[in-house]
Design a protein around this ligand. Sequence first.
Ligand code: GDP
Length: 454
Amino acid sequence: MTGEDTIVAISTPPGRGGLGVVRLSGARALEIATDLIRLPHLPLEIQRATLGTFTLGESDRVLDQVVVVWFQAPHSYTAEDIVEISCHGSPVILRHLVECCLEKGARAAEPGEFTLRAFLNGRIDLTQAEAVHDLIESQTLYQARVAAQQMEGSLSRHLKPHKQTLLNLIARMEAGIDFAEDDVTVIEWQEILTQLDRISADLQKLVQGYDYGRIVRDGLTLAIVGRPNVGKSSLFNRLLNEERAIVTPIPGTTRDLVTETANIGGIPLRFVDTAGIRESSDAVERIGVERSYAAIADSDLRLLVVDASMPPAEEDDRLLEKLRPLGAMLVALNKSDLPAHDTCIGVAPQEAVRTSALTGKGIPELKQRILDLAAPARDSGTEGEFITNLRHQQLIKVSLEGLAKARRAAEQHTHHEMLLLDLYDALRPLDAITGATYADDVLDIIFKTFCVGK
Ligand code: GDP
């Protein structure tokens, strides 16, 4: 298990800070660390912080006071010997310490390699490793909670009884095949069908929950559309102000149009600024307009803002017609603090919310409607009862195909040997989710998205 290289990396984010942590993992971690850091006593106590000094070369010239903690294998993050050295957060010191570790024979860790080792050493399964990434990337507490649940193995636990059922069926049928001459009916067909249906129904639910899971994990984009002066920016600021804006920029196709992200009900909501959208004959401007339209079409939701204090404008109707075919949308009848015009464009009441960006009236309703529309499954089911990861969703779909084939085979009382193949087809993808079976290129894809030091 610990036969490989000892790896080292700075595990804290780049830049200066109060503290910076260098992490070593592998069979030689303790030896390298105690070689480099002067400690008051050896051996180090397990899982106890010990104050030490990091000096320049062999000299007595102190570079930093550090705290060293040894996590003895297998009771560590990677299940190998880990030593964490907390320095002051100076990039110069941290880099120098890493270089010293390299000179002593450690190897620079690849992105995600600590977590990869935890997986390869069997301390966590693949869904838990993926959840570490999601937890670190989370932008809202709600996202963190969902990731933390998965990190504790919620999805694996959910799938376990299904795998067990399939394995039982397989085992009993394999036994049946071996004793085929005895002409023993090993399992009743009806029992097989019942068990397959139970698994399918639950997996189906998981697949459907992905629509919501994806939103929880990746957030949503909302395009705010409307004529000039109807109050788009004001509404936008209202939506942002009430919740603290999230500053992390999120890469995506609409990035150059995305202005800010707010946390609405634990879901990061990115606003797509479509200020540039208006009919234009200017070529350059038209490109901008086309981009805006593409961004509007790509958004998960569209919010048309109209000025309800003004007589209805033809352009509002035109915009409405353009937006409708694109998918889910809401209309904000803004400036509702002013005397209303009883008029309004052809919107159904369930599509519209009366708002006032000036007074804040209707803003909570607007948020609720946004959430209801984007994530209708939000209130049904607790965290961990839905999947957030596309890889998991695809594998569950493959498993469902296997189950459907197995069902048909069982209905037709096909020979057990054929049915067995289908059952294996249903089981294998479930094993691939947790990483009980995996291909190296899958690991590459998953761990490449990690940063160095995780
Ligand atoms: P945009 O061009 O659509 O982004 O509109 P703005 O947000 O810049 O607002 C245009 C004008 O309308 C500003 O003077 C705002 O103060 C005003 N305004 C925006 N929302 C409201 C509202 O709900 N009620 C009232 N009375 N005025 C508003």
